[in-house]
Write a protein that binds this ligand. Structure first.
Ligand SMILES: [Zn+2]
Length: 424
C-alpha cells in the first residue's frame, strides 16, 4: 500500500511504518499558557505534530546489474540513508532506506544502488523538491522552508540546482528586442541588471550595471544561441553608460528611452521640487503629499484630490511643477511621432518660460536626446508590460526577507519571471 503510494517498483519492500506523536509544546490548561486565540491563525501550518518513519529496503537475495559493466553481481554490504519526504497533515515524513552496495567481480568496482525516489547525494526526495518549487511560486524562501519543515538553505539549494540545470536548455535565438533595467538588491548593496526579451520575460540577470553588465549579457546571449546583431531595439533608462554599451555590443540596435523610465525621471524632479518647497516653508500643509503629486489623475482618490487643491491654494510653485509633469506624461501618450514631437516642443517652450530651475534642467536633458524619446513611437515598444516586470521584481525584493544569501535573489527572479523551463 505505502509502496504503491510512493510509486516504488516491486524490487523494493516497505519493512515498517512507525508514527511518533510529539507532546504538545504548550499545555493550554496551564495557568501560564499563552493566549492561543491571539496567536497567528496561520501558525498551525508550521506546527509539527510528530513524525512518520517509513523503513524501506531492496528485496534481499537478488542479483543486481553493475552500472559500469552490466554484469550481474551480488550485494557486498548495506548502507542506511535518510530522506525527507513531503510532510503529511502536520507530520514530518522520513524515509529510512537500506541500500545495497554491490561488489562487481567482473570490473572490480563497488557501485551503490540508487534510490529511485531521490537524486544522488541529497537528503530529500524528488516529490519533496516539487513541493518546495510549488510553494516558492508564491512564498519567500523562509516561508517555504517553514511550511516544509526544513531549513532555508535546503530550499535555496533546490532552487539553485533547478535554475543551474535549466540554463543549458534556454534558447535565446528569438531575442530581437531587449529591455534593460538596473536595480539594487537592497539599499546600499551592489547593483544588478535585469535583461528581458520581446515577451517581457527575464532572460538574464547580470551582476553590476552599465557597460560591464551589457558585455556579460552579450557573451551569455551567444552561448544560448542568440545573436547580438539580431537585436534592433534596446529599451533602457537614461544613463549615458547604455549609449556606449549599445554602440559597442549591439551594432544594429536603436536605443530607446522607455516610458517607464522617463516618467520615473520626471517624478524624481518633481520630488526634488517638493523637498525644496518643504524646506523653505517649514512644512506647513506640505507634509504627506509625496505620493499625491506622483500619482496620475486617474489613480487619485478623493482624498488625494483634496490634497492637490490644497497644494494649488498654498503652493503654486509645486502645483505648476505637477501640471508640467502631467503635461509631459501626455506627450508620451500621443498617437504618433509627429504629434508627440509637436506636443513635446510646446511643453518644452512652456517649461523654459515658466518652469522652476529643476524642471528646466530636466527639460533640457530631454530636449538634448529627443530622438531617444521619439524613437519609442517608431518602435512601439510596449512598456506597460516592462513596467509590470519591474514592479514584480521590486515585490520579490521586498519579499527578500529570509533569503539566506542575496545571490539567491537572482535565482528567485529567474524562477518566477524567467523564460526557463522548470518542470515540477
Ligand atoms: Zn562491473
Amino acid at each position: 500500500m505505502i509502496r504503491a503510494q510512493l510509486r516504488l517498483s516491486d524490487h523494493w519492500e516497505v519493512v515498517s511504518k512507525e508514527v511518533e506523536t510529539y507532546l504538545p509544546e504548550h499545555d493550554d490548561d496551564h495557568p501560564d499558557a499563552p493566549d492561543r486565540a491571539s496567536d497567528d491563525p496561520e501558525s498551525w501550518k508550521t506546527e509539527i505534530l510528530g513524525k512518520v518513519m517509513i523503513n524501506i529496503r531492496m528485496k534481499r537475495g537478488r542479483f543486481y546489474r553493475c552500472p559500469h559493466c552490466g554484469c550481474w553481481c551480488r550485494a557486498h554490504e548495506y548502507v542506511d540513508r535518510e530522506y525527507d519526504h513531503i510532510p503529511d497533515m502536520g507530520y514530518d515524513v522520513k524515509l529510512f532506506v537500506n541500500l545495497p552496495k554491490l561488489h562487481c567481480t567482473n570490473c572490480g568496482r563497488y557501485p551503490q544502488v540508487r534510490f529511485p525516489l531521490a537524486r544522488p547525494k541529497v537528503s530529500y526526495t524528488k516529490e519533496f523538491e516539487k513541493s518546495v518549487l510549488r510553494l516558492l511560486c508564491k512564498n519567500t524562501v523562509s516561508a517555504t522552508a517553514e511550511m516544509m519543515h526544513t531549513g532555508p538553505w535546503i530550499v535555496s539549494d533546490i532552487l539553485d540546482y533547478r535554475i543551474r540545470h535549466a540554463i543549458p536548455e534556454q534558447d535565446l535565438s528569438h531575442v530581437t528586442v531587449l529591455f534593460v533595467d538596473e536595480t539594487q538588491r537592497r539599499k546600499g548593496h551592489e547593483y544588478m541588471t535585469v535583461f528581458s526579451d520581446n515577451n517581457h520575460e527575464v532572460i538574464f540577470i547580470a551582476e553590476g550595471k552599465g557597460v560591464g553588465a551589457m558585455e556579460r549579457f552579450c557573451d551569455y546571449l551567444r552561448i544560448q544561441g542568440g545573436d547580438p546583431d539580431n537585436i534592433w531595439v534596446v529599451s533602457a533608462d537614461m544613463s549615458s553608460t547604455y549609449e556606449s554599451g549599445v554602440e559597442r555590443y549591439f551594432r544594429n540596435a536603436t536605443l530607446v528611452w522607455d516610458r517607464f523610465h522617463l516618467v520615473q525621471a520626471i517624478n524624481n524632479t518633481l520630488n526634488d521640487i517638493r523637498k525644496r518647497c518643504l524646506k523653505r516653508r517649514k512644512g506647513e500643509r506640505l507634509r504627506n503629499v509625496k505620493y499625491t503629486v506622483l500619482k496620475r489623475p486617474e489613480n487619485m482618490s478623493e482624498y488625494d484630490n483634496e490634497k492637490l487643491s490644497n497644494i494649488r491654494l498654498n503652493n503654486p510653485e509645486l502645483a505648476l511643477a505637477y501640471d508640467m509633469k502631467e503635461e509631459f506624461c501626455e506627450v508620451l501618450e500621443c498617437a504618433d511621432m509627429y504629434e508627440a514631437q509637436e506636443a513635446f516642443e510646446e511643453w518644452y517652450a512652456w517649461v523654459r518660460i515658466q518652469g522652476c530651475q529643476e524642471m528646466r534642467e530636466r527639460a533640457d536633458r530631454f530636449k538634448l536626446k529627443i530622438d531617444r524619446i521619439l524613437a519609442w513611437f517608431d518602435h512601439r515598444v510596449n512598456n506597460g508590460v516592462a513596467e509590470g516586470i519591474n514592479s514584480k521584481i521590486q515585490k520579490t525584493k521586498d519579499a527578500a526577507y529570509g533569503y539566506p544569501n542575496l545571490d539567491h535573489f537572482a535565482s528567485m527572479c529567474m524562477f518566477r519571471f524567467g523564460n526557463l523551463v522548470i518542470a515540477f
